[in-house]
Design a protein around this ligand. Structure first.
Ligand code: NDP
Length: 234
């Protein structure tokens, strides 16, 4: 059955891998982009998740193109890493606004139709640092652990309407977000990962496909780490 899927930040990185994975599984997949450049073969809607009006317009376009969103993957995210003394309030707020409030905005808009339909899947892309913390990432880690509370609260609210809400928590994934890190930091990260390597975006996408698919109908309010064992035992 073809479902209407929306992936925020689906124009590149992990979001693009998720969008391609779900499209390959037969879904109609739309992605948000901040530029006019949608990836080949996917329906792109211009949207900055920090702007409520953008979110509303994007959903309206997706609804017109492929029907109300049945599967939402809230993936858009940014980092603004700085140690606390150097972290300006605007660095903190920008990361929270995109990663956490942005997720609230899209979930709220998606839930409107899902509640009516009495069905839906919402998946938030968090991070291993939600649980471990990370020096220099107080803003990012706060936003990513906030997603867990958001997801679990929504899972409770929306379960009576047959809507599941879950989180994936990737570890170190090879995308633009991590490309700028020094070789030294990358090597140190790899040393701490039990599986001894970083992840491809496709490895995260496979877990999202499971959460979006028929085998996960009884899975809600959970966090699935996709981190090579990095947060194991914490
Ligand atoms: P990238 O930097 O490669 O991509 C980020 C995506 O988010 C882009 O599509 C970007 O759009 C979009 N985005 C950022 N801000 C906004 C905004 N305000 N409105 C709409 N879209 C926005 O990152 P990744 O693919 O690596 O990360 C995807 C998600 O996975 C993020 O939430 C990240 O925190 C999380 N994650 C990543 C890990 C990693 O190691 N890479 C590890 C754990 C979690 P644009 O192209 O317009 O900039």
């Amino acid at each position: 059955m073809t479902r209407s899927v929306l992936v925020t930040g689906g124009n590149r990185g992990i979001g693009l891998a998720i969008a391609r994975e779900l499209a390959a599984a037969g879904d109609a997949v739309a992605v948000t982009c901040r530029s006019d450049q949608a990836p080949d073969g996917l329906f792109g809607v211009k949207c900055d998740v920090t702007k409520t009006q953008d979110v509303d317009n994007a959903f309206a376009k997706v609804e017109a193109e492929q029907g109300p969103v049945e599967v939402l993957v809230s993936n858009a995210g940014i980092t603004r890493d700085k140690l606390l003394p150097m972290m300006r309030e605007e660095d903190f707020e920008a990361v929270l606004d995109t990663n956490l409030t942005g997720a609230y905005r899209v979930a709220k808009r998606a839930a409107r139709n899902m509640i009516r339909a009495r069905a839906g899947r919402i998946i938030f892309v968090s991070s291993v640092v939600a649980f471990t913390g990370q020096s220099g990432q107080a803003n990012y880690a706060a936003s990513k652990s906030g997603l867990v509370g958001l997801a679990r609260s929504l899972a409770r609210e929306l379960s009576p309407r047959n809507i599941t809400v879950n989180v994936v928590a990737p570890g170190f994934v090879d995308t633009d977000m991590t490309a700028g890190l020094s070789d030294q930091i990358k090597a140190a990260a790899r040393d701490r990962i039990p599986l001894g390597r970083t992840a491809s975006p496709e490895e995260v996408a496979g877990v999202v496909r499971f959460l979006a698919g028929p085998d996960a109908g009884y899975v809600t309010g959970t966090v699935i780490p996709v981190d090579g064992g990095l947060a194991m035992g914490l």
